[in-house]
Design a protein around this ligand. Structure first.
Ligand SMILES: *[C@@H]1O[C@H](CO)[C@@H](O)[C@H](O)[C@H]1NC(C)=O
Ligand SMILES: *[C@@H]1O[C@H](CO)[C@@H](O)[C@H](O)[C@H]1NC(C)=O
Ligand SMILES: *[C@@H]1O[C@H](CO)[C@@H](O)[C@H](O)[C@H]1NC(C)=O
Length: 458
């Protein structure tokens, strides 16, 4: 009987703790989310021309913040959305870095005479040296959700992290191709070298004879072939980006960003000795389909990775180019961690351009329900239609992973696992709890010998 009443006290204390968490510190972030719209510096494009610009120290919310979303699109000087068949947005990428206070900011243009320690990139947690960005998308940018669900956010500006004498800044890379009047629109967007009349890369190094297309052929200020007599004036364009954030406090839980690349040459068999070399782009050869149906022509690429440190999946999305038919990340035993499918436009207007990927589906598992283990072997899969050839395509997967489950949920889990006595009461609490915390989980009393079991993802 004494034990029973102690349990009651214990229960009451935790009940109060839970109620307090849900009414106070854990209130939804929606009410205090801030939002700001920014514009990149202008870039000018004429029919067939390419802009690949790097802007350092871009406008960005300052202070210790939790970023909730980052959305972007190309607009003209009147702020009107520009459709992809006019300006193809190959990609935009946003990187975080620290700059020594007082040092000249040259962004990624490293001057070898300068002190290299002035510029410190802050990379995501993924394995690719060439893909250090925090955010980035391409043609799918208008219809791909990027929000990070509560209570999570991407942490930035933490005074504990910024080295003394440095300040945090952000860098933007925009790669856009004007395909108005192009002889071969898809060819220009896939950077076919012959259409650009390019045989050397940006730095004057000759390209390999078998390199038919990709970023090496559509660098800044290159020119894709346009129809003769096609005359349209050049125009000023901007990347408009909208950032949503909350001020950081202890109710916000951080997520880590991982980006995986299907072209990573790392091999599991060679272990950690081998470096991750990410090619970023690859080529899809046309299938030899004489009799077969076009559906059978799918190029499937797979790549194995090790997740050094696990956690809970909060968000996932793939990046593919035109021709992409889906991508997925699988865990050990082949369970699907996230599957991300492209949607193609059907019309002419911005956001619905026929033939272009205008959005990628995303994954938002119930926070805490999908766990990746420490050292788990992951398999990335990227599928493209090979009914025609494609050059310079991509197969990236971007995931957000949290160390912690939402606090209310971990309280409940601890309660469940530690207490036999409280199970019945927990059952009563369950309905209320599921409503307030959106916790798709429950505490189950097993019939054998007074054992309670915690169940994830009901
Ligand atoms: C770069 O600057 C730091 C701090 O001012 C200094 O300690 C370091 O010696 C410098 N390195 C070079 C190569 O000048
Ligand atoms: C292609 O480039 C070569 C040399 O770089 C030049 O001589 C030739 O005129 C160019 N052709 C076109 C169609 O621009
Ligand atoms: C990729 O294609 C293979 C073979 O057709 C299929 O089994 C797999 O489910 C596809 N994956 C995705 C993510 O669509």
């Amino acid at each position: 009987m004494v034990k029973y009443s102690l349990s009651w006290l214990y229960f009451l204390a935790l009940f109060l703790a839970l109620s307090w968490e849900s009414s106070g510190a854990c209130r939804p972030h929606e009410r205090r989310v801030k939002s700001a719209e920014f514009f990149s510096p202008e870039f000018v494009l004429k029919p067939g021309s390419v802009a690949n610009k790097f802007y350092h120290n871009i406008d960005f919310p300052r202070g210790h913040i939790g970023i909730k979303s980052f959305d972007a699109e190309v607009v003209d000087e009147f702020g009107v959305s520009v459709p992809l068949h006019e300006t193809y947005l190959h990609h935009w990428v946003v990187m975080r870095y620290y700059l020594r206070v007082g040092a000249e900011d040259t962004g990624l243009n490293r001057d070898l005479n300068k002190n290299m320690s002035d510029f410190v990139p802050v990379r995501n947690s993924g394995p690719c040296p060439a893909l250090g960005q925090y955010f980035g998308l391409g043609s799918e940018t208008r219809k791909t959700p990027t929000h990070v669900p509560d209570p999570y956010a991407i942490e930035a500006g933490s005074p504990d992290e910024i080295p003394p004498g440095y300040e945090e800044r952000w860098l933007l890379n925009v790669h856009a191709i004007d395909t108005r009047g192009a002889v071969d629109r898809l060819g220009c967007t896939e950077c076919r070298c012959n259409l650009y009349n390019v045989t050397e890369d940006e730095h004057g190094r000759p390209l390999k004879p078998d390199y038919e297309g990709g970023l090496l052929c559509c660098y800044d200020q290159t020119q894709c072939k346009v129809n003769e007599g096609f005359a349209l004036s050049s125009r000023k364009l901007y990347l408009k980006y909208t950032v949503k954030w909350v001020d950081w406090d202890k109710s916000v839980l951080p997520v880590n960003i991982y980006i995986f690349d299907i072209t990573d040459t790392w091999k599991k068999s060679e272990g950690s000795k081998r470096r991750h070399v990410c090619q970023i782009e690859y080529e899809v050869k046309a299938c030899e389909s004489s009799g077969g149906s076009a559906n059978a022509c799918i190029d499937v690429k797979k790549k194995t990775f090790i997740m050094p440190k696990g956690g809970y999946l909060i968000y996932g999305v793939a990046h593919q180019h035109s021709g992409g038919v889906g991508s997925a990340l699988y865990g050990k035993d082949g369970r699907v961690i996230c599957s991300s499918m492209p949607s193609y436009g059907k019309g002419k207007e911005a956001g619905n351009e026929a033939g272009y990927i205008v959005g990628m589906s995303t994954c938002y598992p119930h926070p805490g329900s999908l766990k990746i283990s420490d050292g788990e072997t992951l398999v990335l899969e990227s599928n493209y239609s090979s009914s025609q050839r494609h050059t310079g395509v991509m197969g990236l997967f971007y995931i957000l992973v949290a160390d912690e489950v939402p606090r209310q949920r971990s309280y409940l889990k601890a309660l469940c696992e530690n207490s036999v006595w409280l199970t019945v009461l927990l059952r009563l609490l369950e309905r209320w709890y599921l409503k307030t915390a959106g916790c798709h989980c429950r505490c189950q009393l097993s019939t054998e010998a007074s054992k309670v079991r915690w169940i994830d993802d009901v």
